[in-house]
Design a protein around this ligand. Structure first.
Ligand code: GLC
Length: 619
């Protein structure tokens, strides 16, 4: 059941769619001295203060309030409302986007909004935001990279930076210049449906990877034609809620919050992140979106964040008051821009009234608008030469072979070899016959997981993708026979069986689970394959460690492939030995549900596979 607040626009008809260094600097940033250090990464925004103040001084209250509003693309009741309410930002993605759901359609849509806003009285352009979490995953034909759980297993921040850079190019290829990424969550409990959006459980690893992702997205020059404004999320302790409930309550003291959940943000701030998204979840019973100590005292003052805060999807609706009170609480807590669907006119009128009544000081509105203007100035959006036109060179990178090679390398480095009895792997390319089976054997949608074309992702084809079955066919010798059955039958006489199982795509709370055992359909496929009496290689496509149970004993080799994305040949590069596995678990692997929550630094825990585990090939 998808919670109402999560109900997105109907899914588009067409797609019904460094560690010690990083942690020390991140921890240092949490001290006052750190705030100064953070400012080094934030000075791209503070140095725009004077220019921003000059624009602010010319703005009417209506124009100021408009800058605080980010409207969901599909919720605009009338395209004229963008002007009427002086809207400062629009967002789409997760199923909401242009009617023509192609590269061309996305580009024309994004350019349309920016062009109209450049024509307004003060010419402050609209910034368009989207969830490009693992590539420009909203647009068919984009390169889809591994989700963060796989990138964490690579332990390769330089690669994470390259992935983010390629993602930025494919986002700018659509004329969009803001992505709601990276997520620097530190998931504590695998019941949660967003574990795969985390790089791992070690705050130092998360800090290292999060900073690398910010650097890759924003580039060396935030005003560059391939730079994309980063949005670090979700602040804070979204992965620390009781029982792993999505949007639940993190019942932890401030010392734990700072030690576990803030280093990723501190490192990202120092790396120059321009926006941060407060979490839907609560901290000790208070919603983060209305938590003044968290957003103003800790994030803006202590940690020296000089960009702006963007709320999550209608997140202020949950602050407990009526809609006007919600806006008052969140604005006064330190929220700067508000992600809103259908109630944007109401929000506009409410804030105007709140200022008139003195419930929200004009100074708070001015501070929020100043922060937003500084970021837009740093993005080069106020320059005379600013254009929303996409250069052909940038558009050519979209889904390019070069990007797919980066994605393939990321897949190779993300795979973790958990078991390899009798040197079952690597497989000889001249093997006589391989039988491939399982729900994920020939399903790029399952390889990609959630946030792919649509919000929830979907089984089945993803344009431009290579399934594991097709990758196997491309890898073996011409004399090798490759057969396939989804249910594992028909393997008799094969030399070896490869069964691809795991989780079907999901996003956010839809992925909250009480049981992480493999589904019966997967267990049946393995049992059918077993009847052929041949070596069995299990490839697991999942957004988190799963309970393997007796599957482990029944298999000769087990590879955790996480959610690798479109480039299935990254998986076969490891299976056939073109790349020796180097991936290491960034989350400890539980034996049973009773071990969850399982902490990477709990010496008393007895996981099936510990944090950092990963076999290689001998020789
Ligand atoms: C969500 C998610 C957030 C995402 C936003 C916009 O509900 O929590 O990660 O960026 O909506 O799609």
């Amino acid at each position: 059941m998808i919670a109402r607040k999560h109900l997105r626009r109907p899914i588009h008809p067409l797609y019904c769619l460094n560690a010690p260094v990083a942690v020390l600097s991140a921890l240092a940033l949490l001290s006052l001295a750190g705030a100064a250090q953070a400012r080094s990464g934030q000075d791209k925004f503070t140095r725009e203060t004077a220019r921003a103040k000059a624009i602010l001084a010319k703005m009417t209250l209506d124009e100021k309030i408009g800058q605080l509003i980010q409207v969901e693309h599909g919720s605009l009741k009338d395209s004229k409302d963008v002007d009427k309410y002086h809207v400062g930002s629009v967002f789409g993605g997760g199923g909401s986007g242009p009617r023509d759901y192609t590269l061309k359609g996305w580009t024309e849509m994004a350019q349309g909004f920016a062009t109209t806003s450049i024509g307004t009285r003060l010419g402050v352009p609209i910034v368009y935001g989207t969830d490009a979490l693992h590539g420009n995953n909203n647009v068919p034909g984009a390169t889809i990279f591994p989700h963060n759980i796989g990138l964490g297993a690579t332990r390769d921040p330089a690669l994470v930076r390259k992935v983010a850079r390629a993602t930025a190019e494919e986002v700018r290829a659509t004329g969009i210049n803001w992505s709601f990424a990276p997520c620097v969550t530190v998931p504590q409990d695998y019941h949660w449906g967003r574990v795969y959006e985390g790089y791992g459980q070690d705050p130092a690893l998360v800090a290292q990877m999060g900073a690398a992702a910010v650097e890759g997205l924003q580039g060396n020059n935030l005003a560059g034609e391939t730079s994309v404004l980063a949005c670090v999320k979700h602040f804070a302790a979204d992965g620390g809620t009781d029982g792993g409930h999505d949007q639940g309550d993190a019942k932890i003291d401030e010392a734990t919050l700072r030690r576990v959940h803030l280093p990723g943000f501190a490192a990202a701030i120092q790396a120059g992140a321009g926006t941060i998204m407060p979490s839907f979840s609560s901290w000790n019973g208070v919603k983060c979106s209305g938590h003044k100590h968290l957003l103003t005292d800790i994030l803006k003052k202590d940690m020296g964040f000089e960009g702006f805060l963007i709320s999550d999807w209608n997140a202020i609706d949950e602050l407990g008051g009526d809609y006007k009170k919600d806006a008052e609480i969140s604005l006064n807590a330190g929220m700067d821009m508000f992600m809103i669907t259908d109630k944007y006119q109401q929000f506009f009128d409410n804030v105007k009234a709140l200022v008139a009544e003195g419930a929200v000081p004009q100074s708070r509105i001015d501070d929020a608008v100043l922060r937003i203007l500084r970021v837009k100035l740093a993005m080069g959006m106020m320059e005379k030469k600013y254009t929303v036109a996409v250069s052909p060179a940038v558009q050519k990178t979209f889904g390019s072979a070069a990007h797919r090679q980066i994605a393939r390398q990321a897949v190779r480095e993300s795979l973790v070899l958990l078991k390899n009895d009798r040197q079952t792997l690597p497989i000889a390319k001249t093997i006589k016959r391989i039988h491939v089976c399982g729900r994920g054997g020939d399903d790029v949608g399952m390889q990609c997981g959630g946030w792919t074309i649509t919000w929830q992702g979907q089984m089945g084809d993803v344009p431009g993708g290579t399934s594991i079955l097709n990758a196997i066919k491309k890898s073996v010798s011409p004399a090798t026979a490759v057969t396939y059955s989804k249910d594992g039958t028909g393997a008799e006489g094969a030399s070896l069986g490869i069964v691809v199982v795991g989780e079907i795509p999901y996003a956010e709370g839809v992925g909250d689970r009480t049981d992480l055992a493999l589904p019966q359909e997967d267990r049946d496929a393995i049992a059918n394959l077993k009847k052929a009496n041949i070596p069995i290689v299990v490839v697991l496509l999942s957004g988190r460690p799963m309970i393997l149970g007796d599957i482990l004993a029944q298999s000769d080799a087990v590879v955790a492939a996480w959610l690798p994305g479109t480039e299935g040949q990254g998986v076969t590069d490891v299976l056939f030995g073109d790349y020796k596995p180097t991936g290491k678990l960034s989350f400890p692997w539980p034996r049973a549900m009773s071990q969850i929550p399982l902490h990477y630094d709990d010496k008393a825990a007895d996981p099936l596979f510990p944090y950092g585990f990963g076999l290689g090939y001998h020789g």
